[in-house]
Every structure is written in C-alpha cells, then in structure tokens.
Design a protein around this ligand. Structure first.
Ligand code: C2E
Ligand code: MG
Ligand code: MG
Ligand code: MG
Length: 281
C-alpha cells in the first residue's frame, strides 16, 4: 500500500512538473509575441532629491499587458526571460525605448535602466548601449545602468572590461537592491559604482526596528566614503522619510512621491517642473 501511495504521489508530482513546464513554455512564447505585438510598455518612477523635491532621474520599469491574462508583473516574466535568454532582446528594447523617452525630458533628468546578468555575457552589450544613445541622441551621462550583485558575482575579466568601457563613455552605474545578495561588500571593492540603491527591505521596518536605522546609517557612511550617491527605494510613509532624511539620505524613490507611471504622465510631470511634494497618504 505504501509503495502504491508513493507511486501515485510521484505521478501527481510528475503531473505538476509537466503543468509547470507547459505554463512556462506558454509564457515564453507569449513573451516573444509580446515584443513583436507591442504589448510591452515602460513605466517610469521618479527618484527625488528630498530636500528640494526635484526629480533627478526616473527608473524605467517594464510592464506587460497580456491580451488574455491581463497585467503580468515583471517578477513573473523577467525570470522566464532570463532563463530562456530572451532577456537580451528584451533588454535591448528597453534600452532603446528608455533612451528615446528620456531624450524628451529636461536635461537635468537622467534615466535609469535595469540590466540583467545575462545582458553582460552578451559580447555585443557595449555596441547595443552605444547604439541606443546614438539613435536617441541622449548624452551618455544621462543614462544610468542598474545592476545587481549577481552581475558582479561571477564577473569575468571581459565583463569588468565592458563595464569599465561603458563608464569611460560617461554612463553611470548603480548597484541595485543593495544588501540583499551574498557579496554586497566585495562587489563594491571590485567595481566603481556611482550610486548605491539601498533595498526596499531595509525601509519597510524602519519605524519599528532600531537595527534598520543603524544598518542604513552604516551603508550611508560607507557609501559616502567611497564616493557613491545613496538612493533609498521603497519609501512609502512620512515617518520613513523623516528618519531617512535625518540619516542624510537625500535621494528617495518610492510611492510617497510617485508610483511608476506611463510615459505621457511622466513627461507632463517633468514639464510642469514643480518640485514634487509628498503624496497624501
Ligand atoms: P527594482 O529594479 O528594484 O525596481 C524597484 C521596484 O520597486 C519596482 O517594482 C517598483 O515598482 C517597486 N517600488 C518602488 N517604490 C515602491 C514603494 O514605495 N513600495 C513598494 N511596495 N514598491 C515600490 P516592479 O516595477 O514590479 O519591478 C520589479 C523588478 O523587476 C525590478 O526591481 C527589476 O529587478 C525588475 N525589472 C523591472 N523592469 C525591468 C527591466 O526593464 N529589465 C530588467 N532586467 N529587470 C526589470
Ligand atoms: Mg532597479
Ligand atoms: Mg531595486
Ligand atoms: Mg528590487
């Protein structure tokens, strides 16, 4: 009996595995189509100097409106795109689109683009980045590339060289989701970043845990001493904002100022050139 149960348990497991694989394949082929059918869109979220309320840059964030399933969040389709390698094509689309959009913004505003580890193993990366700048006419210093520690983790000599070359062109480099990976500190030693983005997870319990404030204070001190600007992501409440400002975190990204919004809206916001005030909470 036990044997039988084991076998049927295995069967169920196998069915689930097959179903999951099918779903993934479906998502993959839909994603390929999405690129061709214009179902992908970039939304932009302002990064604000909290002292003046000025928008210094906007992060481009991918949005997918599936014709049948509706909105699919990046946390669901980016991993699939990464596994299948489709992320390289997708990433190039994002680069071009983000640069083209940012060209229409005031010159003081940069655009931040998320980069996947896979894009860095593409030998054509520098070529694609330069192409996006040239086609759009966006100056290199207005493009920021956000990378996570996973890029730096297994970085080969070739990747280090590519990153150096991009920085020499004037492109800025940010380390994203800082503090969530395994080797945050060693990535800082091996790469020159312009900005450090403190992960949202350090912010959510800021008003409850004294440790979180201490950790943020330490990151800010360390970041400053090696010449990096500090951005804090995921700031939602006035209390969080007050604490962060007291700690000297000037650059803030979060729902407290604005959610990611569509291109025409961000354009209007930037054109109004009025300092952003906190949204009513
Ligand atoms: P990320 O790069 O860390 O982007 C910040 C995420 O935090 C965004 O989620 C943003 O909407 C969210 N966020 C910002 N402020 C707040 C806040 O105050 N509260 C809360 N709860 N969330 C906030 P989103 O847009 O869902 O993107 C998730 C992740 O997907 C991104 O994390 C990034 O890793 C990835 N991603 C998005 N677009 C792209 C892309 O074009 N290329 C690549 N490779 N990855 C992308
Ligand atoms: Mg990011
Ligand atoms: Mg992040
Ligand atoms: Mg994140």
């Amino acid at each position: 009996a036990i044997k039988g149960a084991g076998r049927s348990g295995y069967k169920i497991f196998q069915h689930e595995m097959e179903a999951a694989t099918r779903a993934r394949h479906a998502l993959e082929s839909d994603l390929r189509a999405a690129l061709a059918n214009g179902e992908l869109e970039l939304h932009y979220q302002p990064i604000v100097d909290s002292n003046s309320g000025t928008v210094v840059s906007c992060e481009a964030l991918l949005r997918w409106r599936h014709p049948v399933s509706g909105y699919i969040p990046p946390s669901e389709f980016i991993p699939v795109a990464e596994d299948t390698g489709l992320i390289v094509q997708l990433g190039n689309w994002v680069l071009n689109e983000a640069c083209r959009e940012a060209r229409r913004w005031p010159q003081s505003v940069s655009v931040a683009v998320n980069m996947s580890p896979r894009q860095f193993s593409d030998p054509q990366l520098a070529f694609h980045v330069i192409g996006a700048l040239t086609r759009s006419g966006l100056p290199a210093h207005r493009l920021e590339l956000e990378i996570t520690e996973s890029v730096t983790l297994g970085a080969t000599h070739k990747i280090v060289e590519t990153i150096d070359n991009l920085r020499q062109l004037g492109i800025r480099l940010s380390i994203d989701d800082f503090g969530t990976g395994y080797s945050s500190l060693s990535s800082l030693r091996n790469f020159a970043f312009d900005k450090l983005k403190i992960d949202r997870s350090f912010v959510s319990d800021l008003d409850k845990k004294a440790e979180s404030t201490a950790i943020i204070r330490a990151i800010v001190g360390m970041g400053r001493s090696i010449g990096m600007a500090i951005v804090v992501e995921g700031v939602e409440t006035e209390t969080q904002l007050t604490i962060l400002r007291a700690e000297g975190c000037d650059l803030i990204q979060g729902y407290i100022f604005s959610r990611p919004i569509a291109a025409p809206q961000i354009r209007a916001m930037l054109a109004a050139a009025e300092p952003l005030t906190k949204l009513a909470s």
